[in-house]
Design a protein around this ligand. Sequence first.
Ligand code: PLP
Length: 373
Amino acid sequence: MTPYFSRYFGNPSSLYRFAHTSREGVEEARARVATALGAEPEEIYFTAGGSEADNWAIKGVAAAHRKRGDHIITSAIEHHAVLHPCRALEKQGYQVTYLPVDEFGRVDPADVEDAITDRTILVSVMTANNEIGTIQPVAEIGRVAHDHDVLFHTDAVQAVGAVPIDVDAMGIDLLSLSAHKFYGPKGIGALYIRRGTRIESLVHGGGQERGRRAGTENVPGIVGLGRAIELATADIEGHNRRIAAMRDRLVRGVLGSIPDTRLNGHPKERLPNNANFSFRYVEGESILLLLDAHGICASTGSACSSASLEPSHVLLAIGLPHEEAHGSLRLTLGDANTGEDVDYVLSVLPEVIGRLRQISPLTPACARMPEIE
Ligand SMILES: *Cc1c(COP(=O)(O)O)cnc(C)c1O
């Protein structure tokens, strides 16, 4: 990316020769994204990230198909970048069905089919969930949508680099991705739009991105995205094998050493890097604080410090009671992690949970660990 901040500073839309290198950088990145998805370069549109790509897919398709229908089908566990545009469309008079998921977070393609009416214009179901890692039966959902002549969008922001993507084989018409989820730069993403798909623009102005997304391109970001997606998809199987082996050891270690604990998400159909637990009797944000004090970065579906006090919509949708959703912990592994990191977490976490349970008013006396002197 570095030379595109300075040496190749030309505006890709300009005609002078100096702009040529910037333009080439953008088009090379576009070709790389297309290759990673099994798409054509002219079907790739750069955006300012995953949220813009999701908003564009949903609002853009809704606006372009308003005469044909006003019904959208999505799932209850989508990222807010999908759910909130759907809410916004409901306020404009669109109808949205939020499909339930099973206890593992899977959407049933038969439910998609049952929900389709002659007013349905779009099905939007994510490829993999960001909280619990569950991978959806995307190809089956795509087939159902196409059988009924309905467009299919998938938020693949979590999936790129972990789930092999082929937009044709999977029946995908629109796909969102974001570079920083696969070690690229932040603030850059892309929307794949199948050739011939009618969609309105969100950003009007100049003629960039084939007239569909105005604004001078984020050239260094695009170049970084292109290189990152190439690296992330070069050896998905090998990468998954390494990460999943560490993750499985982490899961076994946690479930084996901490009682009253469950793994959230699907046991098999899940992202290789994702582990999401619920620890009964304790609260997620206190776990995070204690882990942080030990140099471990994690996240939670709890929301004790947020205004709404509502825990994660994903954990509630898989049927967790409020207390267990509040006691959740998400640990994700990345390329930089080693087996030693897993050992370290396994040495710290049982003690952290034990300490919190000791002081938690929710812990029944029989589940309290003996006082450690
Ligand atoms: C991170 C994420 C997004 C939003 O992407 P940004 O690039 O941060 O806007 C959307 N969907 C999913 C599933 C995500 O994980």
